[in-house]
Design a protein around this ligand. Structure first.
Ligand SMILES: [Fe+2]
Length: 377
């Protein structure tokens, strides 16, 4: 057995309640281990912790505009790899057309987050419709393809060598945040059975150990007549997530955890009321999150703690530097706080450092590291 050292200490001018009642004229910064669950201290600074005027070296925050990535490919394996480590691979894939082949990821479970578009997914387990805002969870080595009703833009999140599990619900019980009964799974329905009649040769593009294999069948291998069990393809839409919130305390991102896999967690930020207590912080607190790399994919709405971020962008905040609200967003929260947020964003918190792939020119906002510049500093 081992335990963290425990001794809440108050030194100098400090609040006794994190994220509330900040000493006048101070900026609170949380230094914390284990992604909001480990030991943490709150510092009360005279200046914003993001007030640097110069940054040299490679550990810098990054911003990627996925809407500037190259044009769609015909298979999900054309997807642009953006961020990766041994636990996860993050890709974006755009498609205008139906897939004429199947794909299978032998390297891990996959979540498809539907940023744009709608259509049908056919897989070993049956047929599932999808629309924008859906998470589709696909177990490792499942064969699947999509038919497109409206052009799709998908965020693909591979849990390499692991699988997706439901986040711990702790004190609030099994029906909070979303009721598991809301999950929809692939069905053996008429459309699924009808697509089995195709007698063409079908190719399955199997990605395994990061190499491609093409397996050809003289019939459609999505030919299940039925199945039983508790492993399947299913979907969850952000509109069915009922977020935890407190009117008196800004909850950390971990309160919005949706999926957990080895070495990372996926959180979903959905519309909610903003804290109403006059002395509670109304934007995310400055913090280091010292053990985790943080990735945010901005899906829709007005990103209330960010300046100059649009839908379809990704930010990467590697662990080891302080970040928090952008200056205009902070000023708005103090002077004229909004009553609610309408943003929808997918957050990936990775326990081990992420690498960023080589990106085509114009996709990265190279000035993002200076986006916290404060006029007063
Ligand atoms: Fe963060």
């Amino acid at each position: 057995m081992r335990h963290w050292f425990q001794f809440p200490i108050i030194e100098g001018k400090a609040s006794r309640q994190a994220h509330c009642d900040l000493p006048d004229g101070t900026y609170e910064r949380e230094c914390g281990k284990e992604g909001f669950f480990g030991p943490a201290s709150h510092m009360y600074h005279k200046h914003p912790p993001t007030g640097w005027i110069n940054w040299e070296g490679p550990l810098r925050p990054r911003a990627i505009d996925t809407t500037r990535l190259e044009q769609p490919g015909v298979t999900p394996w054309d997807a642009s790899l953006l961020l990766y480590n041994d636990n996860l691979k993050l890709r974006v894939w755009n498609s205008l057309q139906n897939m004429d082949h199947l794909v299978r990821n032998g390297d891990g479970d996959e979540v498809l987050f539907v940023h744009q578009g709608s259509g049908h997914l056919y897989c070993d387990y049956g047929h599932l419709t999808f629309r924008d805002g859906d998470y589709i969870v696909i177990p490792r080595a499942t064969s699947w393809r999509i038919e497109v009703d409206n052009p799709v833009s998908l965020l693909l999140i591979e849990a390499s060598n692991s699988g997706y599990q439901m986040a711990e619900r702790g004190l609030v019980g099994q029906h909070a945040i979303f009721d598991p009964a809301i999950l929809e799974y692939a069905r053996i329905d008429e459309l699924f059975l009808a697509q089995q009649s195709s007698d063409q040769h079908w190719h399955v593009l199997l990605k395994a150990r990061n190499h491609m294999n093409t397996i050809t069948y003289p019939y459609n291998p999505l030919d299940a007549q039925g199945w039983k069990g508790d492993l399947t393809v299913f979907k969850l839409n952000w509109r069915d997530i009922r977020p935890l919130m407190s009117h008196r305390y800004h909850l950390p991102p971990s309160a919005h955890s949706t999926f957990v896999a080895n070495g990372f967690v996926i959180c979903t930020f959905v519309p909610r009321p903003i804290e109403s207590d006059p002395n509670a912080l109304k934007v995310p607190f400055y913090h280091n999150n010292d053990d985790y790399d943080e990735v945010l994919f901005y899906h829709r709405g007005n990103f209330f703690s960010r300046d100059n971020i649009e839908a379809g962008m990704i930010t990467h905040h590697p662990c080891g530097f302080s970040h928090g609200p952008h200056p205009k967003a902070l000023a708005t929260s103090q002077q004229n706080p909004k009553k609610e947020t309408d943003e929808v964003a997918v957050m990936i918190d990775a326990r081990f450092p992420l690498e960023i792939a080589e990106l085509p020119n114009g996709v990265e906002n190279k000035d993002y590291v200076y986006s916290w510049r404060h006029e007063k500093c």
